[in-house]
Design a protein around this ligand. Structure first.
Ligand SMILES: NC(=O)c1ccc[n+]([C@@H]2O[C@H](COP(=O)([O-])OP(=O)(O)OC[C@H]3O[C@@H](n4cnc5c(N)ncnc54)[C@H](O)[C@@H]3O)[C@@H](O)[C@H]2O)c1
Ligand SMILES: [Mg+2]
Ligand SMILES: [Mg+2]
Ligand SMILES: [Mg+2]
Ligand SMILES: [Zn+2]
Length: 464
């Protein structure tokens, strides 16, 4: 794109955002009918048109944007969605609109108008097409298709390239994507694992006014969407990096930190790929009889090579990728104004987080919350309610996020598990969230469900 075209594009985005911020519905609609992609564009401030309309209370604009398929889960640089913004500024009619799910759903499941929290690592940009995994002919054709996207993994980490994003030197990372030609030698090596991740989800047609489609749009609709695969190889990481033409490419050294710099879409793909690859790396031998196993069904099954093995008769969960449920909970003081947070020895100084623990066999989610909180802090818990969950691919947990109410308040820390636990007031937590000058504590970053549970509790009772 020439600098002139770039300038014109930026100008169009600013015009659109300004119209949304002022509530000029006519101009918003006109601009969208010419350039549909404006709908989810962010301006220099990191805000979308939906966020600006939600900030200024323009119900009509919010309604129009939603009806045209706007992504209401996008976040600004303070990780607020349009819903958070409207709630903060007291536009209740807009926050109600943004938290509403399809009316049909509400009739079937009353209460389903609750705001559906989407956490980092949980966005699904691919259709997993599980029905195609056993179709060897289809899978083979997709593997050699020139449109197919390959991601390269080494030691469970994806190859990424990083760029400096803004003045605060915040780094944003992107997955390095390869085509068949660039990886076909790797695909032939017997040690290479190839996992089918899915095909790109089709965007729903934008609006009826765009049905007089250009030749390009018609072509987009008739072509099969690209398939995505993850490749894991034992080839030397430095050698693999030579395949990448992008400048700052690497395999992350600290996944807990580095994998949090991806976009929401790419994080979702990594959550899937990394957990499946981690399962393969740990389950090379059959858990039932100890024989060797081989991969099947696009990487979603391992079959024991011992023909007498029990795992070949009937369905056995040992043959499929494992997920470990973990409860993570924000425990609220009976006075409603404090929450219980703890810290492990390995946490950086001053960092406190929600308590968490693995669900044990034969245990309900609620009981796991009560047991883990009492084990780790000595605090007894009464009612527990589910809020949202997060796949956590380190290596394969599902974090089940809950709020819980304490029925006792004395703290007695189990030092084997955590170093310290304490009640923090709503004001202390709010100052931390608002990045006040001298916060009493720090909390995990916005990409973690711990952060989102804390934010949820503060938002829930803000009476704005
Ligand atoms: N995304 C987030 O916000 C967030 C926050 C906190 C913790 N986590 C994750 O939750 C996980 C569990 O939290 P925790 O460590 O406090 O759990 P925990 O309190 O149950 O203690 C962990 C111990 O439980 C045992 N254990 C029981 N089942 C296990 C299993 N399936 N896998 C591994 N160990 C098992 C081990 O001895 C382990 O040391 C951690 O691994 C961490 O990665 C994520
Ligand atoms: Mg524990
Ligand atoms: Mg724990
Ligand atoms: Mg435990
Ligand atoms: Zn076996």
């Amino acid at each position: 794109m020439t600098s002139l075209q770039l300038g014109a594009k930026e100008e169009m985005v600013e015009k659109f955002l300004d119209a949304a911020a002022r509530g000029d519905l006519t101009l918003v609609s006109t601009l969208l009918s010419h350039v549909p992609s404006l709908i989810n564009q962010k301006g220099d401030s990191g805000w979308t048109g939906l966020m600006l309309a939600a900030r200024n209370g323009h119900f009509g604009v919010v309604e129009a944007l939603l009806s045209q398929g706007c992504d209401k889960f996008l976040v600004n640089s303070s990780s607020q969605t349009a819903y958070d913004i409207s709630k903060f500024w007291g536009h209740r009619n807009i926050s109600n609109l943004l938290s509403r799910t399809d009316e049909g759903c509400q009739r079937v499941l009353p209460g389903s108008d609750l705001h559906q929290q989407e956490n980092y690592f949980s966005r699904e940009m691919l259709d997993r097409l599980s029905g195609k995994r056993a179709d060897k002919v289809w899978m083979e054709a997709k593997r050699s298709d020139p449109g197919t996207v390959y991601l390269l993994f080494s030691n469970l980490n994806p190859m990424i390239s990083s760029s400096k994003e803004d003045e605060d030197n915040r780094v944003e990372s992107r997955l390095c994507r390869f085509r068949f030609e660039a990886v076909k030698d790797l695909l032939q090596k017997p040690q290479t694992l190839v996992i089918f991740l899915g095909v790109e989800k089709r965007k729903t047609p934008f609006s009826s006014s765009s049905s007089s489609s250009s030749p390009l749009q018609t072509e987009e609709v008739t072509q099969e969407p690209p398939a995505w695969f993850a490749i894991s190889t034992d080839e030397d990481a430095a050698e693999l990096l030579k395949r990448c033409r992008e400048k700052h490419s690497c395999f992350p050294k600290l996944p807990h930190r580095d994998l949090l710099k991806l976009s929401e879409e790419e994080a979702g793909v990594v959550a899937q790929a990394r957990s499946v690859l981690a399962w393969h790396s740990r389950y090379s031998f059959c858990p039932t009889c100890g024989s060797s196993t081989k991969m099947e069904e696009g990487g979603y099954k391992r079959r024991c090579l011992n023909s007498d093995c029990r795992s070949l008769k009937g369905v056995h969960n040992t043959c499929y990728p494992r997920v470990d449920p973990v409860v993570i909970m924000l425990v609220i003081h009976p006075d409603g104004n404090q929450c219980l947070l703890g810290r492990k020895k390995i946490f950086p100084t001053g960092l406190f987080s929600c308590l968490a623990g693995f669900v044990e066999p034969g245990e309900s989610m609620e009981e796991a919350v009560r047991r883990e909180v009492e084990e780790e802090s000595g605090v007894k818990v009464g009612p527990v309610s589910y809020v949202s969950c997060q796949p956590w691919p380190m290596p394969s947990s599902l974090m089940i996020g809950c709020l819980a109410v304490a029925i006792s308040t004395d703290i007695k820390v189990d030092e084997n598990e955590i170093e310290d636990a304490s009640w923090f007031t709503r004001q202390q937590v709010t100052e931390t969230l608002l990045k006040g000058p001298r916060p009493a504590l720090t909390i995990p970053p916005r990409q973690t469900i711990a952060h989102q549970l804390i934010r949820h509790w503060i938002g829930m009772n803000s009476n704005l």
